[in-house]
Design a protein around this ligand. Structure first.
Ligand code: NAD
Length: 439
């Protein structure tokens, strides 16, 4: 049943444990960032929960509260971090290795970061070919590994006296997988875990453990993970909100900003060529064709959905869309994304747009992790469960109810997110009709 207008929201009291799968560039930039913000060493730029506002009522009402004052979100001081990784490095060492944040800043945060040591991971190289590590669990089958995770989740909650938990997948991209018959319901999924079936990837084992524990789960990578019937049903059963997949940063963020603009002015598209050079561990993993395929699928679908060639064949039928990622170590996390966009206007005259985005992937991803942790927790305290489509704003391949196409236009996604918050607080939705100003 949909959540009703002005629903009761349990207060955000006590500690919120944020469990991160993968303690790499994104996770450490997120954790270090929160610690820096708590110490007043930096500002939470890029975070809607920390900096965003929401307009209420008429434009003449002048009611524009900060989102964090409008809905009860966990305070940054109440966040406790935990993680799993296949490497035993502390969050401090992992952040130094990732090379995203400056040493000077990290040294100021050394104490809290060194305290965060990753738990042993559920890992299998079949699913991420370019990595191997030593900090890995063993168990007689995949169900047994899931049970170990469930025990760790409970122990983390107890030890750190957390009131609530959320889990976010920020680990490496797994190989491309399609839904399999064993994913159709929980019974066959659990049997497949017992049988060590190949269709159960490590990311699914984490998601299963979270949902079994009633913990909300977000998927920051393009892996299939929680996007299968068995786990969606488990989320509904156990009152756990889920969302995914693949954090919307960098080139795809630009695409979902620009493409709606071109479409809104009825400008046509012949082709969109996107290429990236990237030198971090994520880039290394994506250099493997099987992991890249997962990413490619996620990146390619965006334009088709926004431009709707079936509705506007004269403008968008058969446009060419190419996406490339090239692993180039000297760049580290400082990716360079080029786009060449061949468009056409009045009478079919051709024009070109070039974008050269000197971007920092993890700087764009970290505030997304923060917002998702806080919003998933809000959703659970409100009694929302299963797929949270209102969080599409943060993803390249938003999860939806089965049979529903995803909304990729970032402006529609933002309106959906803010209208959801208005709905939860019993406020009128904003339609932008505005006729009342001219009565
Ligand atoms: N940075 C971005 O802008 C961005 C955007 C969208 C998606 N992503 C995705 O987020 C994920 C993290 O990105 P990153 O830049 O931090 O990568 P990273 O390589 O720096 O970190 C990933 C970490 O996950 C660990 N890992 C791999 N498999 C694991 C497992 N089964 N259990 C526990 N740990 C495991 C690795 O050892 C590594 O430390 C990637 O899948 C990436 O594709 C990142």
């Amino acid at each position: 049943m949909p959540i009703k207008k002005g629903a009761e929201i349990a207060p955000a009291k006590g500690k919120l444990g944020v469990l991160l799968v993968g303690l790499g560039a994104v996770s450490t930039t997120f954790i270090a960032g929160v610690e820096a913000i708590k110490e007043d060493l930096a500002k939470p730029i890029g975070s809607l929960t920390q900096m965003g506002t929401v307009r209420l009522g008429k434009r003449t009402d002048n009611r524009v509260p900060a989102i964090k004052d409008f809905v009860p979100l966990a305070d940054l001081g109440d966040l406790i971090f935990g993680a799993w990784d296949i490497f035993p490095d502390s969050a401090y060492d992992a952040a130094v290795h990732a090379g995203v944040l400056e040493k000077e800043l990290l040294n100021k945060l050394r104490k809290p970061l060194q305290k965060i040591k990753p738990m042993t991971a559920v890992f299998d190289q079949t699913y991420v070919k370019r990595l191997s590590g030593t900090n890995v669990k063993t168990g007689k089958n995949k169900l047994e590994l899931a049970r170990q995770l469930i025990a760790e989740i409970a122990e983390f909650k107890r030890k750190h006296r957390c009131d609530r938990l959320v889990m976010i997948w920020a680990a490496s991209t797994e190989i491309f997988m399609k839904p399999h018959a064993v994913h159709r319901d929980l019974k066959s999924f659990e049997q497949a875990m017992r049988d060590n079936h190949k269709a159960i990837a490590p990311s699914m084992i984490y998601a299963y453990a979270a949902l079994k524990s009633g913990v909300p789960f977000a998927n920051g990578a393009p892996n299939l993970t929680v996007d299968i019937a068995a786990l969606m049903n488990l989320a509904n059963q156990n009152g756990a909100p889920i969302c995914g997949k693949d954090f919307k940063t960098g080139q795809t963020l630009m695409k979902t900003i620009l493409a709606p603009g071109l479409k809104s002015r009825m400008l046509g598209l012949h082709g969109w060529y996107s290429t990236n050079i990237l030198g971090n561990r994520d880039g290394e993993v994506l250099d493997d064709p099987d992991s890249f395929k997962t990413k490619e699928e996620s990146k390619l679908s965006v334009l088709e959905y926004i431009l709707q060639p079936e509705v506007y064949p004269q403008l968008y039928k058969d446009f060419s869309h190419v996406v490339r990622i090239n692993y180039y170590p000297p760049r580290g996390d400082n990716k360079e994304g080029w786009d060449n966009i061949d468009i056409f206007g009045w009478l079919g005259y051709k024009m070109q747009i070039k974008i050269d985005f000197l971007c920092r992937d993890s700087i764009l991803a970290a505030p997304i992790v923060l917002d998702l942790a806080l919003f998933l927790d809000l959703a659970q305290r409100t009694g929302m469960k299963g797929v949270q489509e209102w969080l599409s704003f943060y993803f390249k391949s938003p999860m939806t109810a089965p049979g529903l196409y995803p909304e990729h236009d970032i402006f529609i996604q933002l309106m959906k997110l803010k209208n959801t918050l208005r709905h939860l607080r019993g406020e009128d939705l904003i339609t932008h009709l505005g006729l009342e100003y001219y009565d």
